[in-house]
Design a protein around this ligand. Structure first.
Ligand code: SF4
Length: 180
């Protein structure tokens, strides 16, 4: 565990994340097969943001970027559902997670400007991304998505000894930050 982990983790929990764990950057594998989901545009974000493919670079470039770091944090927001079809609670948990991550991103960038922000489902910083007509408004706050980096979320959690599934009628959103 790196020296500042407890300080960062405490802040993350105060900001609303339900679980925070240390992340070893060398456990992250960027997989072409995950990026394949981007190319078929399952999330409708492909080619719509500076933070997503193709603008975020090739899988090899993403892996290379990750290799510049040693440590990081996995940040999770778990919510409870009434049942598997409780779409409202899923959306509410997702919105909470996005808020937690934006607050944490602002915090960590103050302390560690080189931190790499890899969130859930692309960059939500601006209502409308400037892509592709103008440069990114906040390149220092730009947030990639774990999927865009080819990361299998459950695999990254498992490799870093943090649960991903917290039981029946729960949903968990995951983000991570790399620091050096
Ligand atoms: S910070 Fe704004 S302009 Fe930059 S990638 Fe995110 S949404 Fe787009």
């Amino acid at each position: 565990m790196f020296a500042e982990f407890e300080q960062y983790a405490q802040k993350g929990l105060e900001m609303g994340f339900t679980h925070v764990a240390p992340l070893k950057a060398d456990t992250i594998i960027c997989r072409h097969e995950v990026r394949g989901d981007c190319a078929v545009n399952k999330c409708h974000a492909y080619n719509k943001s500076w933070a997503c493919p193709p603008a975020c670079g090739t899988i090899e470039e993403c892996q290379q970027r990750i290799r510049e770091y040693e440590n990081g944090l996995i940040l999770q927001t778990t919510g409870e559902l009434e049942d598997n079809f409780d779409y409202e609670s899923m959306m509410a948990t997702s919105a909470n997670h996005a808020k937690h991550f934006e607050a944490f991103s602002d915090y960590i960038k103050e302390i560690c400007p080189s931190a790499l922000l890899i969130g859930t489902g692309g960059c939500l910083r601006c209502k409308q991304c400037t892509y592709p007509d103008a440069p990114c408004r906040f390149p220092n706050k730009l947030t990639h998505s774990m999927e865009a980096y080819g990361m299998v979320v459950s695999e990254v959690c498992q490799a870093n000894n943090i649960q991903y599934y917290y039981g029946k009628n729960t949903i968990t959103y995951v983000a991570c930050v790399l620091v050096n």
